[in-house]
Design a protein around this ligand. Structure first.
Ligand SMILES: Nc1ncnc2c1ncn2[C@@H]1O[C@H](COP(=O)(O)OP(=O)(O)O)[C@@H](O)[C@H]1O
Ligand SMILES: O=P(O)(O)OC[C@H]1O[C@](O)(COP(=O)(O)O)[C@@H](O)[C@@H]1O
Length: 309
């Protein structure tokens, strides 16, 4: 089973304006809402790729109810811990003049000790040797960063293969608990290593260190450049064809969904990276966040260049 963990879900609002002008009143051309926060984007793409998926995390208030309904419509099984606080919403402003996207991410609600304990119980129920557990996104409100580490540790100790896609202290704490794989993007990788630019040498050094702590694979996504990955001790690059992005938000989530689905189906290293890079690029081609079309994936897959370095 594939399970996604979204500690800080969000009602993602996507608003298109003809040309973004800060400090001015402007009228939107279109507005949409989707069930977001990284893990829920992953869950939706996993479902679109034809696999069963369960979603867990914290959910509360009106936004939480709205998200639960959306997930049900999309055939995603909700296994959330309820919270008293209100689930956040996040804004993605798309400037139609140049296609750029500006995101404003709310911090998210406070969660209590009892609510945190209830979610760890859910993780215990869901984590098993046949489980692929994807832990994505930020921590809500004042949730302590080491919570992510505790969660990864519980899931891993029950035999689940945990794939971690987070940032800042949550990534650091989760990473030290020895997940199966991590997938930072370039910015997160630079924060993690203190480097001022990406290099394969830095990636190899980080991955070697992490392998000693039990992290088998380290994959860095690099936007339109694709990704660099240390799968075990082997270094790869995968580069999708350049596409004209319509909305790149959620491409990292789509990439993770593709990677886990490919791994679960038994793909080899280059097959898994090829598929993940194509699914990430397919998301950038769709206006919706965390949304891919089979035809795009098929066409892109054939054009992803994978090399072993
Ligand atoms: N403009 C683009 N053209 C082609 N592929 C893209 C583009 N943007 C993203 N992708 C694909 O999506 C993956 C994840 O994108 P990235 O921007 O690195 O993630 P994140 O959303 O986490 O920042 C990339 O590895 C790549 O395969
Ligand atoms: O949990 P975080 O890190 O605050 O991120 C939340 C936001 O990230 C997104 O999932 C997009 O993430 P990516 O573009 O990195 O895949 C939005 O949909 C969401 O609102």
């Amino acid at each position: 089973m594939i399970v996604t963990v979204t500690l800080n879900p969000s009602v993602d609002r996507r608003i298109c304006v003809p040309q973004l002008a800060l400090g001015r009143v402007q009228r939107a051309v279109s507005a949409h809402a989707s069930a977001g926060g990284k893990g829920l984007n992953v869950a939706r793409v996993v479902r679109q790729l034809g696999e069963e998926v369960a979603a867990t995390g914290f959910l509360g208030g009106r936004n939480g109810e709205w998200i639960a309904k959306k997930l049900e419509q999309d055939g995603i099984s909700g296994r959330f811990a309820s919270i008293a606080g209100e689930t956040r919403s996040c804004l993605n402003l798309i400037d139609l003049s140049d296609g750029s996207s500006t995101e404003v991410l709310e911090p998210g609600p406070e969660v209590t000790e009892e609510e945190m304990a209830a979610l760890l119980d859910r993780i215990r129920e869901l984590a098993a040797p046949e489980t692929w557990m994807i832990v994505s996104g930020s921590l809500p409100g004042k949730c302590p960063p080491d919570y992510c580490g505790r969660l990864v540790e519980i899931a891993s100790s029950r035999g689940a293969r945990v794939v971690l896609d987070s940032s800042g202290e949550a990534l650091r704490s989760g990473m030290l608990a020895g997940p199966y794989a991590i997938k930072p993007n370039e910015e997160e990788f630079l924060q993690l290593t203190g480097a001022d630019r990406f290099s394969e040498e830095r990636l190899a050094a980080l991955a070697d260190d992490l392998r000693r702590r039990g992290v088998r694979h380290t994959i860095v996504s690099l936007g339109s450049e694709g990704c660099a990955a240390m799968l075990g001790a082997r270094l790869y690059r995968a580069k999708p064809p350049r596409v004209k992005a319509v909305n790149p938000v959620g491409s990292g989530d789509a990439f993770v969904a593709g990677l886990v689905v490919a791994w679960r189906r038994g793909a080899d290293d280059s097959g898994a990276l090829r598929f993940a890079a194509a699914v990430g690029a397919a998301n950038a081609l769709s206006e919706a966040t965390g949304d891919v079309r089979q035809a795009d994936i098929k066409a892109l897959c054939e054009r992803v260049a994978v090399s072993r370095l």
